[in-house]
Design a protein around this ligand. Structure first.
Ligand SMILES: [Zn+2]
Length: 342
């Protein structure tokens, strides 16, 4: 549901560092595969972790990398050996990361520099691991430079590519990687991640989980964002007033939609969730199923004035506008039509 680029920065580092496989919520098929690879010591040369931003690619690949470097004979990563400790403090000499930073893409020079490093033997562990973040942004030149090494890397080398999507990667690159697709989580799973990582009530966590589209990073981002909360309050001001407004009055709210144009998908999610809550309240009478519990008074008020049919038609209009915007319809016109139709 949410696809806009978030300008809200939230650091996930503190969740990543010392996490182990048992802390991973969801992704059980993938986690089993990774554990088996480590147990059997059948370690590949190249892995690609694919999934939307915030799904947990870094978290999972970090645990996997730490496990591959770990010196324990038992469960890996052990988090006790020298290698694990070095990894957890960001000082492991056998980890090499390529990141995009603030650039739009990963260029060929970055990859060439990495490839030079692959000629050096590991210092600490029997293995060197190269992690290329945002691999889907590698230029074609960068990917071509990587190809030969992906095919025949030095024996002690493992390359991990992390990508939001596999489009953008050359088929020749893809075919040389073992691909791990990361699955979206259920609302409940995202909720449990939020509750265990943030100082949040279950009700509030459920709200953010519902808006996360199954992507825990998004849920964390929303929950930690003052901007999101401000935006939500502004959308709720509109939601609390629109039914009393004439067309002119509704048009006054165009500015709100212009202001949040980059996050229109989130705005629409907030609106849809609200009307879904009204339906739940009217039809099921179970407060436990309501997401916007902090707006219960408003919910009761609107539930008494809107018919089920009207609420359903509003949801349909919002979703229709969303589809039109995705199909590149004119933004102002689509929003105006939506406002008038509500
Ligand atoms: Zn260890």
């Amino acid at each position: 549901m949410i696809s806009g680029d978030f300008c809200w920065i939230y650091s996930f580092e503190r969740f990543r560092d010392s996490m182990n496989f048992s802390d991973i919520v969801g992704q059980s098929v993938l986690v089993d595969r990774l554990k088996r690879i480590m147990q059997n010591q059948l370690i590949g040369h190249a892995y690609l972790f694919v999934g939307p931003e915030g799904i947990g690619k870094k978290t999972v690949s970090n645990i996997f990398a730490r496990g591959l470097l770990c010196k324990s004979q038992g469960n890996r990563p052990c988090d006790l050996c020298r290698s694990c400790k070095q990894f957890n403090t960001g000082n492991h000499p056998d980890i090499y990361r390529v990141t995009r930073g603030s650039r739009l893409s990963i260029g060929v020079e970055q990859i060439r520099k990495m490839l030079e490093d692959t000629q050096l033997k590991p210092y600490e562990s029997g293995r060197k691991i190269y992690i290329i973040e945002d691999a889907h942004t590698m230029t074609v030149q960068a990917q071509n430079a990587l190809l030969k090494t992906l095919e025949e890397p030095p024996g002690f080398t493992t390359i991990m590519l992390l990508g939001d999507r596999s489009q953008g990667l050359l088929p020749t690159v893809l075919s040389r990687c073992q691909v791990f697709r990361m699955q979206k989580l259920t609302k409940k799973e995202v909720c449990s991640i939020l509750v265990s990582n943030l100082d949040l009530s279950e009700e509030k966590a459920m709200l953010f989980a519902s808006l996360s589209d199954g992507i825990p990073g998004r849920g964390l981002q929303l929950a930690g964002s003052k901007e999101f909360n401000d935006m939500r309050e502004e959308v709720f001001k509109f939601l609390s007033e629109f039914s009393r407004l004439d067309d002119m009055g509704k048009m006054q709210y165009k500015d709100l939609f212009t202001k949040y144009r980059d996050n229109i998908d989130v705005v629409m999610d907030i609106m849809v969730l609200w009307f879904r809550d009204i339906l739940v309240y009217k039809e099921v009478h179970n407060n436990h199923l309501i997401i916007n519990l902090d707006k219960l008074a408003l919910l009761k008020g609107q539930a008494s004035i809107f018919t089920v049919k009207r609420v359903r038609s509003i949801i349909e209009k919002i979703e229709q506008s969303r589809r039109m915007l995705k199909g590149n319809a004119n933004y102002q016109m689509t929003i105006e039509n939506l406002l008038l139709a509500l």
